[in-house]
Design a binder for this molecule. Structure first.
Ligand SMILES: *[C@@H]1O[C@H](CO)[C@@H](O)[C@H](O)[C@H]1NC(C)=O
Ligand SMILES: *[C@@H]1O[C@H](CO)[C@@H](O)[C@H](O)[C@H]1NC(C)=O
Ligand SMILES: *[C@@H]1O[C@H](CO)[C@@H](O)[C@H](O)[C@H]1NC(C)=O
Length: 498
């Protein structure tokens, strides 16, 4: 609901076609004392706010190979790696590898998809993105285990099974053609029954990235391909058109020294899927310290930087900054929240993940764009006897009971979230938080607890959750896990409005 509200607010702002080179830096009351002048979290966020290190390539130039940089998690959960190749005639071959574990070490089945892509106009709804259409030619899959084959077979109806050619053929390591629309063949179109679609090709953003590595005194450059998101509800994936993006793919280069996983994924084939190296995860996640966005993140209809803090006494605090442009240069509003949380518990549903519930106690909002001020004042006038209380750059408490700025009826008091902390070979210690339901609702019930993650946040300040009162142990699978000694550690949140 709150997300909906702010999306509407934002939509309002976006539709007002203002001319702007305006930028107001504000420091809401809640922000000041925590982000000290030398804070490395603050420096990291300022870097993102300038749009440094990212150039959007438009129109996209997709020719080449693109690979996953990690074991990606989709709602379900599904664990997947991707290897996509686009040719100069815009034909493509997409390879998707599905796994049963969160480390992407136990392949379940692979999917090979051939077709053509046609780039269209730039997107009005998602700044920086290009709309595209695709046409599929063939899709086949290979299951690697009897259980995987059985799992896929039961999703097909009798017509599809007979078209595909007798259910007995659905065996491990056999290639099954589940879609064939090439002219010289009989028609088979059973991919979406299995939940396989490539609507992600309908929304595309390509960007050049660069980063200066202080320690090694060198600049690294790479290219990313962001494709459309998939719906968090599996049954709605068939028809969903993407409105935001999923985890970026990285342009494959033989000389890329910074992405070992890229090379592993590139070597994968339809019959021989990539096996990714183990990552050290901390489970249940001992939430502690401060965490900040690694990029100007793409939401649906806004762009955002996040800064999350765990105080170590069951309290959390977050600062979100919303922007109207894909390089996070034009702020629209800032939102700060704090509250308490439950002790982290290992998730039974998502391998390697932690369940945490966040309760909201305080929230404040700072409009940073004149159109946002106008929109908020329209609300306060109607709710509060004609009073326009919002001013540019001025922070108001939005929780306070009876306050004219109150949006309390729209905020969810308790969020059911999914958290993971892990050691990422490219970025260091990162924290993942759960994605929001794609239908625009919030994580406000156990049933809506996410099964996939948003983009990771980097540990930037404060206690390192790996040290001190943590011990390493082995779980039943031999995976190294960290056990927490005290219930002292706990955690965070934020997507109260996201
Ligand atoms: C079986 O699935 C295919 C592909 O989705 C569909 O076209 C067909 O109508 C279905 N047949 C029956 C009998 O449900
Ligand atoms: C997914 O969508 C279907 C169809 O709208 C709905 O019946 C089902 O409850 C949804 N599942 C979840 C977990 O929201
Ligand atoms: C938790 O710790 C933070 C930071 O040390 C402090 O500001 C806050 O008052 C503490 N809250 C409680 C409930 O102890």
């Amino acid at each position: 609901m709150a997300k909906l509200l702010l999306t509407i607010l934002w939509g309002f702002v976006a539709l007002n076609n203002y001319v702007t080179s305006y930028r107001e830096i504000t420091s809401p009351d809640m922000v000041g004392p925590i982000w000290g002048p030398g804070s490395s979290c603050r420096r990291q966020l300022q870097f993102l706010e300038g749009g440094y290190g990212t150039d959007i390539i438009q129109p996209p130039e997709l020719r080449g190979e693109w690979v996953s940089t990690r074991c990606e998690v989709r709602s379900g959960p599904e664990f997947i790696t991707r290897k996509y190749k686009f040719n100069s005639d815009m034909s493509f071959v997409l390879l998707q590898f599905y796994y049963t574990d969160h480390q992407c070490q136990l392949p379940s089945y692979s999917v090979r998809i051939r077709g053509y892509l046609q780039l269209g106009a730039t997107s009005f709804a998602v700044p920086g993105a290009t709309i595209a259409q695709y046409e599929l030619e063939r899709m086949s899959l290979i299951a690697f285990k009897v259980e995987s084959a059985d799992h896929l077979r039961v999703k097909l109806n009798a017509t599809c099974l007979s078209q595909i050619g007798a259910s007995s053929k659905f065996q491990p390591n056999e290639r099954i053609h589940i879609l064939n629309l090439a002219h010289d063949h009989r028609l088979i179109d059973c991919a979406s029954d299995i939940g396989l679609t490539v609507h992600e090709l309908q929304l595309i953003r390509q960007q050049a990235r660069s980063e200066f590595l202080q320690d090694e005194a060198r600049t690294i450059v790479w290219e990313e391909l962001l494709l459309g998101n998939v719906h968090s509800n599996l049954t709605l994936r068939k028809t969903y058109r993407p409105e935001t993006f999923q985890t970026p793919l990285r342009r494959y280069s033989e000389n890329d020294k910074d992405c070992a996983i890229c090379h592993a994924v590139r070597r994968g084939t339809e019959t021989d899927p990539p096996i990714l190296p183990s990552r050290q995860g901390l489970a249940p996640a001992p939430l502690h310290g401060e965490w900040a966005s690694l990029t100007c993140e793409v939401g649906s209809s806004y762009f955002i930087t996040r800064h999350l803090m765990f105080m170590g006494n069951d309290t959390w605090e977050t600062h979100y900054h919303f922007y109207k442009d894909p390089l996070c240069r034009t702020p629209v509003y800032a939102l700060s929240m704090k509250g308490t949380h439950t002790p982290p518990l290992s998730s039974k549903l998502v391998d390697g993940a932690t369940n945490v519930d966040f309760t909201l106690i305080a929230a404040s909002l700072t409009p940073q764009h004149k159109d946002m001020v106008r929109t908020l004042n329209a609300i306060s006038k109607s709710e509060c006897g004609g009073k326009a209380i919002w001013k540019l750059g001025r922070t108001n408490d939005v929780i306070q009971n009876g306050g004219c700025a109150s949006l309390v009826g729209l905020l969810v008091v308790k969020q059911h979230d999914l958290i993971r902390i892990e050691e990422d070979s490219m970025n260091g210690l990162v924290l993942y938080t759960g994605i929001l339901p794609t239908d625009g609702t919030l994580k406000d019930s156990e049933a809506k607890r996410p099964t996939a993650y948003q983009e990771p946040l980097l540990h930037c300040e404060g206690p390192d959750p790996r040290t001190a009162s943590l011990v390493t142990d082995m779980d039943n699978n031999g995976n190294s896990v960290l056990l927490k000694l005290s219930a002292f550690f706990i955690s965070i949140v934020f997507s109260f409005v996201l």
